[in-house]
Design a protein around this ligand. Sequence first.
Ligand code: UDP
Ligand code: MG
Length: 313
Amino acid sequence: MKTVSLIIPAYNEQETLHTLYTHLCKLMDTHNHYQWEVLFINDGSQDSTEAIIDDFIKRDNRVATVVLSRNFGKEAAMLAGFDYATGDCAIILDADLQHPISVIPLMLQYWEEGYDDVFARRNNRGDSSKLRKILSRTYYSLLQHTSDIDVLPDVGDFRLLDRKCIDTLKTLREQCRYTKGMYAWIGFKKKEIVCDQHERMAGTSKWNFFSLFNLAIEGVTSFSVTPLRISSILGFIISIVAFIYMIVIIAKTLIWGESVAGYPSLMCIILFLGGIQLLSLGIIGEYLGRVFNETKNRPTYIAREYKKQTEGK
Ligand code: UDP
Ligand code: MG
């Protein structure tokens, strides 16, 4: 019998877990030709998430949990999920019921047909505002143009991964994680399913504008060095323009003699160049910061405990 793991990162999700569990039980009971593993990654929750999951474990031997020592973020929690999942395939699912569970049977069907990575694409963006939609669309087209991998818009972490993909993802242990890019980077046979994304069932989203902005920068800088190249190209163009301007000034001085005027143009050029230099330094800094983080070679997450019903209980 094949084992299917459900990897569920959960950070302060006490309001949603019971409903999620009920839905999952329904799914697992109707598909009992698979062996199921429900793996909750408790990402340092401070509410009663841990107690609720412990209660599931007591009742149900299909449930297991990895408790991280603090909040490491969803990206790290997913890596923990890949490390601890034992299934022949794994489905990554949000705890807030935004990902429609009804799509899972179709994912499994495609997996049986031989696809390695079956991902769900959102038809709508649920509760997203118009501004967020526009920003997200612009960002993805930017990302697709600057990096050589094809990160798809409207595709999240809701997907089924074959054991091959999980084992490959486990080898990518960088600190600055952008898992969405990694799915694209590893390749394998992919299949898309279009579905509606629900509104968050309860609680609030853990992402705010700044964390999304950070993730966006992470996306560009972990998969492309184009920004570095842009600053070199910009520097090159400005040098040429400056050189031509210099010749013009020398010629003007030789022909018409020296003039003191020119303060505004001088100011403009100095400010413009200063700006470009700071921007380029900032871009270099972004990459240097990542090199710094990676060289420390720390683990991406720390697991405090792995809990599962012991045999014969
Ligand atoms: N999550 C997590 N660690 C975090 C933030 C979020 O494990 O630091 C989990 C959260 O419990 C949920 C999933 O990641 O299961 C998606 O989070 P959320 O709903 O806040 O994000 P959104 O759906 O708004 O993208
Ligand atoms: Mg959500």
